[in-house]
Ligand binder design. Sequence first.
Ligand SMILES: C[S@@+](CC[C@H](N)C(=O)[O-])C[C@H]1O[C@@H](n2cnc3c(N)ncnc32)[C@H](O)[C@@H]1O
Length: 200
Amino acid sequence: MARRRRRQRRQDSFGKRARREGFPARSVYKLEEIDRRMRLIRRGMRVLDLGGAPGSWTLYAAEKVNREGKVVSIDLNPHEGTMPANVDFRVADIRDVDVDSLGGEFDLVLSDMAPKTSGMRDADQYRSYELFCTAVDVAERVLVPGGNFVGKIFQGAEFEDARARLREVFTKEKIVRPKATRDESYELFLCGVDRRPPED
Ligand SMILES: C[S@@+](CC[C@H](N)C(=O)[O-])C[C@H]1O[C@@H](n2cnc3c(N)ncnc32)[C@H](O)[C@@H]1O
């Protein structure tokens, strides 16, 4: 009981800290940890952020790539607050987006996309797997050789298929479950490192 309360306090504190630091969602600390561990985001990079609303990951990436870099962010919903000048935020379903309209190649693709959960665990996991595969397909199209990828997935029956798909595109993979993830959540981040050169 005491342990559960301690955990709850830790989760709540991520939310408060996010608001204090000007981010609309606590999820920013997941990306911060992944970035700290994998050294993904650098000044001048072009980043594509899928599932970018309400905007925490987009803001974090925009700050790190600085004015020399750019973040293109896509979500079904609009972002909260104001975005800096180096962000191009588009309201769209990624499945309907023509990737050629995104303005060229990217160094990093992020996907924090998640389906609206129905409470039916198997169905939610499958929809999360589908969104993850969509994100990998987009990354395959837009990443420069050597580029990197971070994608959220709800762990389930298709998890090994998701890993296999990732390995088709990237030379290395890493699985990360950041500390800011809620204890009851079964989400993980599958990261693809070093996009293989496209086949002729
Ligand atoms: C957990 S939220 C992302 C939070 C965001 N990374 C942040 O830090 O503010 C997941 C998002 O995925 C988006 N999403 C789900 N399916 C999508 C799709 N097919 N195309 C674009 N966005 C999608 C949802 O609208 C939702 O805003």
